[in-house]
Design a protein around this ligand. Structure first.
Ligand SMILES: NC(=O)C1=CN([C@@H]2O[C@H](COP(=O)(O)OP(=O)(O)OC[C@H]3O[C@@H](n4cnc5c(N)ncnc54)[C@H](O)[C@@H]3O)[C@@H](O)[C@H]2O)C=CC1
Ligand SMILES: CC(=O)[C@](C)(O)C(=O)O
Ligand SMILES: [Mg+2]
Ligand SMILES: [Mg+2]
Length: 347
């Protein structure tokens, strides 16, 4: 259906319009092979299975994630296979290796993309940056995308709670005439709350911007800046952490989620409202140049190149873990660990 977002009309697909029974009907003869069992793999594969679809998992044997798949109930030789065998058995191949890992495995996957199959991504990365990734699908397969707008962990958790994370969807290539039905059915099948339309280029550029920006990079940066100023002015770690992070995540963000920023403001003191209404624009003006720089870095392909280069190294996991450890061991997040333990529900 068409829905207005502010004054702009967009295409969205809801569960009411495209119920699960219809999705099952569309995909009744398909074998959905989920390749990769990292973060999105488990979320999507388990939701599909619980929704009654015919799904198998492809993962490297003798890996931690193979063991995780077994622990999650996938049965070797029945529903869990080596990547190559899963690609051969699947009629829909959900390419859910890391974006860098997809480059290495592409020649293998490509071999099994026989006419009429569908190649499914959860990111526009591989296709948009095809000059860098070498991912160029044959012309006689459907190439589709469902990108859950959140962590695979949240996708699964929200499904189990009877809720649904929203996703975007796109069609890059419709070889069979069934690409639209296939992509919507898969979007509903993986547990999306609703689906909004995009294309591969817009998905990857907005996603790379968002995760580097307000969703992950900018939020950590702004937390660190405020925490440091409070500490430099003699505030204790617990006071600085509570006034920077804990109050935001526990008290105020849930109000924003429920009813918007103005409603969160309206539920704070008039003192806070006066100050926050005065200060949001200077913060916007100070950070907007950084967001413009970020967007240009995404647009030029530089962000994609950096991520391919670093995540293709054999020791990329150790390198990432070392940097996460640095964050974890920073005073702010050490203070956070103590604060979390003090939440009554954690006692
Ligand atoms: N993490 C998330 O929640 C989200 C991820 N996505 C997209 O979903 C796709 C999958 O991402 P994640 O689940 O985060 O991936 P991941 O980084 O967790 O990796 C998935 C799997 O790929 C395997 N892998 C990596 N390199 C490999 C190689 N060279 N050979 C064989 N296997 C290899 C890993 O062992 C892991 O099992 C990506 O396109 C990503 O951008 C989209 C939305 C959210
Ligand atoms: C969770 C998500 O949608 C991200 C942040 O874009 C990602 O994990 O790549
Ligand atoms: Mg994302
Ligand atoms: Mg992303």
């Amino acid at each position: 259906m068409k829905l207005k977002f502010g004054s702009v009309e967009e295409n969205v697909v809801t569960r009411e319009e495209f119920p699960l029974e219809k999705a099952r009907e569309v995909l009744k003869d398909e074998v959905i092979a989920v390749i990769g069992y990292g973060v999105q793999g488990p979320g999507q594969a388990l939701n599909l299975k619980d929704n009654g679809f015919n799904v198998i998992v492809g993962q490297r044997k003798n890996s931690k994630t193979w063991d995780k798949a077994v622990a999650d109930g996938w049965v070797p030789g029945e529903t869990l296979f080596e990547i190559e065998e899963a690609c051969q058995r699947g009629t829909i191949i959900q390419f859910l290796l890391s974006d860098a890992g997809q480059i290495a495995l592409w020649p293998t996957v490509k071999k099994y993309l026989t006419p009429g199959k569908a190649l499914y991504f959860s990111h526009g990365f591989g296709i948009t940056y095809k000059e860098k990734t070498g991912i160029i699908p044959p012309p006689d397969v459907d190439v589709i995308l469902v990108a859950p707008k959140g962590s695979g962990t949240s996708l699964r958790r929200m499904f189990v709670e009877g809720r649904g994370l929203n996703s975007s969807y796109a069609i890059y290539q419709d070889a069979t005439g069934r690409a639209k039905d296939r992509v919507i059915a898969l979007g509903i099948g993986v547990g999306s709350g609703y689906l909004f339309e995009t294309d591969f280029y817009r998905e990857v550029t907005s996603d790379l911007t968002g995760e580097r920006g307000t969703l992950m990079g900018a939020i950590q940066g702004i937390f660190a800046a405020q925490y440091e100023v409070l500490r430099e002015n003699g505030h204790s770690p617990s006071e600085a952490f509570n006034e920077t992070v804990e109050e935001l995540t526990q008290s105020l963000m849930p109000l924003v989620a429920e009813n918007g920023m103005d409603w969160m403001y309206a539920n704070c003191s008039t003192t806070a409202q006066r100050g926050a209404l005065d200060w949001w624009k200077p913060f916007r003006d100070a950070t907007k140049p950084v967001f413009e720089k970020l967007y240009n870095s995404v647009k030029s392909g530089q962000e994609a190149q950096k991520s391919i280069d670093s995540n293709s190294r054999p020791d990329y996991r150790e390198k990432l873990e070392a940097e996460l450890k640095e964050l974890r061991e920073s005073e702010m997040w050490q203070a956070g660990a103590t604060v979390r333990k003090l939440r009554p529900e954690n006692n």
